[in-house]
Design a protein around this ligand. Structure first.
Ligand code: 4NP
Length: 148
């Protein structure tokens, strides 16, 4: 049985598509399935933000085939671990959880590594933020991949 991991941000066009692509590149796809979703519904069906596609490509990853979808309460049953990019999305997901079995699946991505940064900042309004966001997500995904 594959381990199923869901990466969640607000729009599912900037951070979580990167997290999906980065983690999938570090694990055996026979053993681990990675998907992503957004708590918001602004960009459903759209490809990732061009700036996320560009920073991924610069780092040897291709995320342009991904399509945005909204997080659904059904995802609690479909996935083993749900990683939120920041506190606001963590709280939004927890609010949709039904009981302790679902709550315990939800984690903050940056809790996977030691250090002062506990949230992946939203880069949507900051053209310069994407390289930093890539590095933060990459370091957390490396820690996850090492543990899997
Ligand atoms: P993301 O970034 O949550 O990392 O995908 C955002 C993308 C779009 C919006 C906000 C954040 N938006 O307001 O449209």
């Amino acid at each position: 049985m594959k381990t199923k991991i869901l990466m969640v941000c607000l729009g599912n066009i900037c951070r979580s598509p990167l997290a999906e692509g980065i983690l999938q590149s570090k694990v055996d796809s026979e053993k681990v399935l990675v998907d992503s979703a957004g708590t918001g519904n602004y960009h459903i069906g759209k490809p990732p933000d061009p700036r996320s596609i560009a920073v991924a490509r610069k780092n040897g990853l291709h995320i342009e085939k991904q399509r945005c979808r909204q997080f659904s309460p059904n995802d609690f049953q479909k996935f083993d671990v749900i990683y939120a990019m920041d506190n606001s999305n963590f709280n939004a997901i927890i609010d949709m959880a039904n009981g302790q079995d679902e709550i315990v699946k939800v984690k903050r991505l940056m809790d996977e590594i030691d250090g002062p940064i506990k949230e992946v900042p939203d880069p949507y309004w900051d053209d310069d933020g994407f390289e930093k966001v890539f590095r933060l997500i990459d370091s957390a995904c490396q820690a996850i991949a090492t543990k899997l």
